[in-house]
Design a protein around this ligand. Structure first.
Ligand SMILES: NC(=O)c1ccc[n+]([C@@H]2O[C@H](COP(=O)([O-])OP(=O)(O)OC[C@H]3O[C@@H](n4cnc5c(N)ncnc54)[C@H](OP(=O)(O)O)[C@@H]3O)[C@@H](O)[C@H]2O)c1
Length: 250
């Protein structure tokens, strides 16, 4: 009998901060005015970049599924993000989102090729080929998932936000997931002075516990998921502390 090879899980990767809205309810803030609620946190940004761009094998490229607003929140000079395939979800039917993504991809690839050529000229023997950079637009999360199945070059699959796309992912039915598991890799962010960040966009779940069908993964499991050591300890950076944790849908 052929060994059963399950499809890679959908891993939601998100940075959240607790916002107490009442005695009983604490929500998880993720955004403010189209961007992140906090100034740049290097520890988290470099974790995100390493994890999402590290493919499971050298012949693969990881996929990142995102809403059009999250794509637009990436600085223009950095999008689409290098060494990954960006799958942008938009309802736009005029073709304008598709056209601007196509143009940005073309420009980005030209720049990355020039940089690679420069590195090769300097030290030919040290150059290791990077995963491909690609981007395309689809009209639904369902279409994004179907596209994953059609592209053999894709490795791990990350859902990188924002709230609308996290929500759609968390609401996918078992058959729509085609047997894929559902995981969350979360960076908890708190201010050292205990004050909350201002947020206008929230993760769709306030809690991920057994009560709503989730279990907390051990640091060893999270390390296996992301391909580097995650110890689950709080780390200090400037005015904030961050902690990386993981959850799996039961
Ligand atoms: N903390 C974090 O880790 C994190 C991660 C990501 C984002 N964020 C933050 O989250 C905020 C953005 O989140 P958001 O919820 O406002 O936007 P979003 O999910 O990034 O994008 C929303 C857009 O996606 C498209 N879309 C959504 N649902 C769709 C569907 N069912 N079918 C087709 N297209 C669909 C629509 O694009 P069109 O309008 O083009 O039709 C919609 O306007 C920003 O503040 C960002 O910085 C935070």
């Amino acid at each position: 009998m052929q060994p059963h090879n399950p499809l890679p899980p959908l891993t939601l990767i998100v940075a959240t901060t607790p916002i107490r809205v009442s005695e009983e309810v604490t929500r998880l803030g993720i955004g403010l005015k189209g961007t992140l609620p906090w100034p740049r946190i290097k520890t988290d940004m470099s974790f995100f970049a390493r994890v999402t761009s590290r493919p499971p094998t050298a012949d693969k490229t990881n996929a990142m599924i995102m809403g059009r607003k999250t794509y637009d929140s990436v600085p223009a000079s950095l999008r689409p993000l290098a060494k990954r395939t960006s799958i942008i979800i938009s309802r736009d039917t005029t073709g304008s989102v598709q056209e601007s993504v196509r143009k940005e991809l073309e420009k980005r690839k030209e720049k990355l090729a020039a940089k690679a050529a420069e590195a090769k000229a300097k030290a030919p023997s040290e150059v290791v080929a990077d995963p491909e950079t690609d981007a395309f637009v689809v009209h639904s999360l369902d279409a994004a998932i179907r596209e994953l199945g059609a592209r053999e070059e894709l490795g791990k699959v990350y859902v990188i936000g924002g709230a609308e796309i996290y929500n759609a992912s968390l609401n996918m039915k078992r058959d729509e997931l085609q047997g894929r598991g559902l995981r969350v890799v979360m960076t908890n962010v708190v201010r050292k002075d205990g004050e909350p960040f201002e947020c206008d966009t929230f993760f769709p779940l306030d809690k991920l516990d057994e009560g709503n069908g989730w279990r907390t993964a051990s640091p060893t499991e999270v390390s296996e998921w992301v391909g580097e050591e995650v110890d689950g300890e709080w780390k200090s950076e400037g005015d904030v502390e961050v902690q990386m944790v993981g959850f799996e849908k039961i």
